[in-house]
Design a protein around this ligand. Structure first.
Ligand SMILES: [Zn+2]
Length: 106
């Protein structure tokens, strides 16, 4: 039963690389009456997403100009939808990119 020597493998712990739009993960709050984290616009009374505020909308698109999913934005369903509409409007007004501006032309 005695194992004399363990075969030492490569360490598996060094896999994590911090690459992501949000470096930290949301913790699930434990306990009773834990407040759900509401989205940034629900907390605000002026819960209206302005399509003209392009720099606000920019937080919710990726580098390639794609709308980030709710997981990344942390918005509620209602405001995520509003955000998506606002981004699309802003795109039409050329305030946000449809795609990334880098083009590989040769
Ligand atoms: Zn909301």
């Amino acid at each position: 039963m005695a194992t004399d020597r363990e075969t030492s493998g490569p360490p598996r712990s060094a896999r994590y690389s911090s690459s992501g739009p949000t470096g930290q993960r949301r913790r699930r709050p434990m306990g009773r009456g834990a407040r759900r984290r509401v989205c940034a616009y629900c907390g605000d009374k002026a819960a209206h997403i302005d399509y003209k505020a392009a720099n606000q909308l920019q937080n919710n698109i990726s580098e390639r100009g794609k709308i980030l999913p709710r997981r990344a934005t942390g918005l509620c369903a209602r405001h995520q939808r509003e955000m998506a509409v606002a981004i699309k409007r802003a795109r039409f007004l050329a305030m946000l990119p449809f795609t990334s501006e880098q083009r590989h032309r040769s």
